[in-house]
Design a binder for this molecule. Structure first.
Ligand code: SF4
Length: 316
């Protein structure tokens, strides 16, 4: 039986484009990250850091995970992510180990920007997971600075070498995400240099992504399907996939506490009604009713963008 509860560090499960029904675990507060991507859907990085810290105590996350897993259907993945960069939480290894010890059948995925993979301790922690989704958006330092706006201590060469070293030692799968942003990293020269680095990292899959929600810089536009296809044609690599938009959920409602689930979701990133329908498997009327109830909350906002009206709750 589902027990209604608003979690502070868990969200979903949501039908992820890549992972099926994925229970998210948020390991750092909004918005601690080692970089400040122009396309970030979480918002601008307010604490740019490369120093892992005890941002959220492992016990608090373990307590929520225990509660969720005891009262809900098992998700397809436990996905460790963050409103920022999860490898900045010094308790990462302990949290992955906790899931593996208690729910050996649920694979653990970590979504990371990969900039701390040069650090042996971070690599040791990630070695306990089943699947790692690192990012690579640039093949040259000027493009890295323009699109990812890194912390000043991040060395581009060390970041790339960290990815290559991790890939060589990791026993699980690596799905490398490359975010294509027109006018930033889509020149032929940059794309060909990206291909060279991808070959060195040698991931299981390369996933091409592009802008889908508002970024942190005005007037960014996503690549079209044709432009993404052109990247695939240029690279001629067998393991490249364009990440399709999440399909309409065919299953019934995954959580009964709909309003709480919507609140958790739009507190993390802006969503359209269509996104919420897809994520929660509910009808439009139900989503509208809940959004109406949430509209009086502090920080609730409606933002019009090209893809539609996005709802979000901003931290005050
Ligand atoms: S790495 Fe992720 S969280 Fe950090 S700024 Fe980039 S997109 Fe946002």
């Amino acid at each position: 039986m589902t027990k209604e509860r608003m979690y502070k560090y868990l969200f979903g499960p949501i039908p992820s484009r890549r992972l099926g029904m994925s229970l998210g675990v948020d390991l750092v507060p909004k918005k601690v990250c080692s970089i400040d991507c122009v396309y970030c859907e979480v918002g601008r990085t307010t604490q740019l850091s490369v120093q892992p810290e005890d941002y959220i105590a492992a016990d608090m996350i373990k307590e929520e995970l225990n509660h969720y897993l005891q009262h809900n259907q098992a998700p397809d993945y436990v996905t460790i992510t963050a409103s920022g960069e999860p490898t900045l939480n010094a308790n990462l290894e302990e949290i992955i180990a906790f899931v593996k010890q208690n729910e050996a059948n649920i694979p653990v995925c970590v979504i990371t920007n990969g900039t701390l993979l040069h650090d042996k301790k971070v690599r040791e922690a990630l070695n306990k997971a089943d699947l790692i989704l690192p990012s690579l958006d640039a093949a040259t330092e000027p493009v890295f600075r323009k699109i990812n706006r890194p912390h000043k201590e991040i060395n581009f060469e060390a970041y790339i070498q960290g990815m290559i070293d991790f890939s060589a030692e990791f026993k699980g799968e690596i799905w490398l995400e490359v975010f294509i942003l027109p006018n930033y990293n889509d020149s032929k020269e940059e794309l060909l240099a990206l291909k060279e680095i991808i070959l060195k990292i040698n991931p299981d899959i390369v996933q091409l992504n592009t802008l889908d929600r508002p970024g942190t810089v005005a007037n960014l536009c996503g690549a079209t399907q044709e432009e993404l296809q052109a990247v695939m044609d240029l690279w001629q690599l067998d393991n490249v996939r364009i990440i399709a938009k999440a399909k309409q959920s065919t299953q019934t409602q995954f959580r009964s506490d709909t309003e709480t689930a919507i609140k958790e979701t739009i507190s993390r990133r802006p969503c359209t009604v269509e996104d919420l329908i897809t994520m929660l498997g509910l009808c439009e009327e139900e989503i509208d009713r809940c959004l109406g109830n949430l509209a009086s909350l502090k920080g609730f906002e409606k933002v019009e963008q090209e893809r539609g009206v996005f709802y979000q709750i901003r931290e005050q």
